[in-house]
Design a protein around this ligand. Structure first.
Ligand code: AMP
Ligand code: ZN
Length: 305
């Protein structure tokens, strides 16, 4: 098969667009897609300071790479989760990338933040690793962005992630989650950063191909706890549908953004308050992060008695 742009030998085949690209033209296509998404979805401009949440995986490193090539003002944020060899390797891949590009990386070490490393939190509270990790990561993503004067927090979620999340939310008709599922979440409070997902129109296959062709060294292993099995089943089911009918994931996600989300957003109104403990916005009196932190402290105090 030949590249649709230059007729050279194609190395990446995108079935949903019925097109194929050589290495150089694919990188150009990928970069253009990200640039277009940022513009069309009004994510940010070259005047914004963008904090990119980088895990050391292919998606977030590919995202940071593209944003740097497009000349955006960025810094990276890596959360060291204390998950044994997996976190050590993730940290190493992320720091190597930042050093190689000469760009700023902020690191939060959860073990040093009052024993918030994920294995410790899961064993001292009754939470699963994944639910604790989600609450903690979201808190630091926002806090570091707000306190560091960043106007934007960008994550590497791709089309497969968004389609799987949408399917899960639809199967259980989680209307509040459906109302909030968007590649752009505006800063509706002075202590909330605007959150964006510039890769949401590109598939996991495309981000993997981009990272590989750019020579980005990323962590291939999945988090040993991440077998948030249900999410993986949704991805498998969507892959089967996509195989039969290329473009399914894209029309599912983009159709929802165009047609569905508005309807859910219109029925849900969220009243934001300020957490009495940390001062960040929440819907209750004390935010989920502070409640988790209190549980960890209580468990530690109990263990010392
Ligand atoms: P996940 O929830 O692991 O699929 O990750 C989704 C996105 O969250 C990634 O693309 C990153 O942008 C961000 N992310 C995940 N883990 C970390 C981490 N340990 N540090 C910083 N950002 C992360
Ligand atoms: Zn709080």
């Amino acid at each position: 098969m030949k590249c649709v742009k230059c007729r050279d030998k194609a190395v990446v085949h995108i079935r949903r667009h019925n097109s194929a690209f050589c290495s150089v033209c694919f990188q150009q296509y990928f970069t253009n897609q990200v640039a277009r998404t940022i513009k069309e979805d009004r994510m940010f401009t070259h005047d914004d300071r963008v904090l990119v949440a980088v895990s050391g995986g292919k998606d977030s490193l590919a995202l940071w790479d593209v944003l740097l090539n497009l000349g955006y003002d960025t810094a990276g944020l890596h959360i060291h989760q204390g998950i044994f060899a997996y976190s050590a390797a993730s940290f190493e891949k992320t720091t190597r990338f930042a050093e190689g590009r000469g760009v700023k990386l902020i690191t939060i070490d959860l073990a040093a933040e009052g024993d918030l490393d994920i294995p410790g939190v899961a064993s001292s509270t009754r939470r699963t690793q994944c639910s604790a990790c989600g609450v903690i990561k979201r808190h630091y993503f926002n806090k570091v962005a707000v306190e560091g004067g960043f106007t934007i927090l960008a994550t590497g979620h791709n089309l497969d992630d968004e389609a799987a999340r949408l399917l899960g939310n639809v199967l259980r008709w989680q209307s509040a989650y459906l109302a909030a599922q968007s590649p752009v979440l505006e800063a509706t409070h002075p202590r909330l950063a605007k959150k964006v997902k510039p890769l949401y129109r590109l598939s996991e296959y495309e981000t993997a191909a981009y990272a590989f062709l750019r020579g980005i060294d990323y962590i291939v292993e999945e988090c040993p706890f991440s077998h948030d099995a249900i999410q993986l089943h949704y991805k498998e089911a969507l892959n089967q549908l996509e195989h039969r009918s290329p473009g399914t994931k894209q029309s599912f996600v983009q159709g929802f953004m165009r047609e569905g989300r508005k309807a859910f957003a219109a029925t849900t109104s969220v009243q934001l308050k300020v957490c009495s403990s940390c001062g960040y916005p929440t819907t209750g009196d004390v935010c989920g992060f502070c409640r988790l932190q209190q549980e960890v402290h209580k468990a530690k105090a109990g263990a010392r008695k």
